[in-house]
Design a protein around this ligand. Structure first.
Ligand code: C2E
Ligand code: MG
Ligand code: MG
Ligand code: MG
Length: 284
């Protein structure tokens, strides 16, 4: 459209921007279609394990298989959903599906606790908790079998409303997890006021925990702080046994990461639930 203007120098750049804009529009439309017709969206479950290798739960992670573009990572489509106003619907779908899955596992005597990610817009939308309660009621799922993962960015918006919102969620029996802990800007005095149950150590500190003294120092403070505040702690992105050992020495006893399993389809996760020994079977 900017024909003739700096055409030669910015040609490739323009072409790239155009391609990005086109992909974005395709994904926006695609997401709308995915929500309307079903089949493309799926929830995967990544095991969370205690140091004994007992499964303590799973994180629900959304997967999207676009009919033409294939698998689209949540890092790409979640922000798009946020921008184009589809995140509420998407988030409601995830929560409701998770409840349906929990109901199925509960009926098969496979008790498990699932953590669901809430994006900022979903958390701040009015009626968010009411909708979650409705899903729990529909599926006869106890709030105690669910956790909500919130990031610091969510908690820094309208802090008084946020606090009130969180209190209501906690009163409903939902436990609140601070996801990606350490990557945001919340002050400790603010965090102290929040009704959290768990800190989740961000993957970025776990990655180089063995070689980077700064990362190790930051990671180390989190279990200490959690302990002082009476909270639980879990580490994400644990890929090696050495990382797990180091985290254990720091006082973190719950882990999630590729060392155990990536996010699995419901069927595959169910297999792990039925036979937790399989987690031990692979050199862990
Ligand atoms: P998150 O909530 O921090 O989720 C953890 C991410 O780390 C997941 O990526 C998981 O697959 C990945 N991961 C777990 N263990 C390892 C590991 O050992 N190594 C490495 N390299 N990665 C690991 P995923 O599934 O691609 O999700 C990315 C982000 O997208 C999530 O980060 C979350 O912020 C968002 N997301 C995913 N599903 C949902 C959803 O249903 N709702 C919302 N609002 N956000 C979601
Ligand atoms: Mg998460
Ligand atoms: Mg993270
Ligand atoms: Mg995380």
């Amino acid at each position: 459209k900017a024909k003739g203007k700096g055409r030669n120098t910015s040609h490739f750049y323009d072409a790239q921007l155009q391609a990005e804009a086109r992909r974005r529009r395709t994904l926006e439309k695609g997401l709308r279609a995915a929500l309307d017709c079903g089949g493309q969206l799926q929830i995967f479950y990544q095991p969370q394990v205690f140091e004994t290798m007992a499964i303590v739960g799973a994180e629900a992670l959304l997967r999207w298989q676009h009919p033409r573009l294939g698998s689209i990572p949540p890092q790409e489509f979640i922000p798009i959903a946020e921008d184009c106003g589809l995140i509420e619907e998407l988030g409601d779908w995830v929560f409701n599906q998770t409840c349906a899955q929990l109901a199925k596992w509960s009926s098969e005597h496979l008790p498990v606790k699932i953590s669901v990610n809430l994006s900022a817009r979903q958390f701040h939308q009015s009626g968010c908790l009411a909708k979650m309660r409705k899903s729990m009621k529909t599926w006869h799922v106890e709030a105690s079998s669910l956790k909500l993962e919130l990031t610091e960015s969510v908690l820094l918006e309208n802090t008084e409303d946020t606090l009130e919102n969180m209190k209501q969620m906690q009163l409903s029996g939902l436990q609140l997890v601070l996801d990606d802990f350490g990557t945001g800007y919340s002050s400790l005095s603010y965090l102290k006021r929040l009704p959290l149950s768990t800190f989740k150590i961000d993957r970025s500190f776990v990655r180089d925990i063995l070689t980077d003294a700064n990362d190790a120092a930051i990671a180390q403070t989190i279990p200490t702080l959690a302990d002082a505040m009476g909270l639980d702690v879990i580490a994400e992105g644990v890929e090696t046994k050495a990382q797990m050992e180091m985290l254990r020495e720091m006082g973190c006893h719950c882990f999630q990461g590729f060392l155990f399993r990536p996010a699995l389809s419901a069927e595959d996760f169910e297999r792990v639930l039925r036979d937790p020994g399989v987690l031990l079977g692979e050199g862990v």
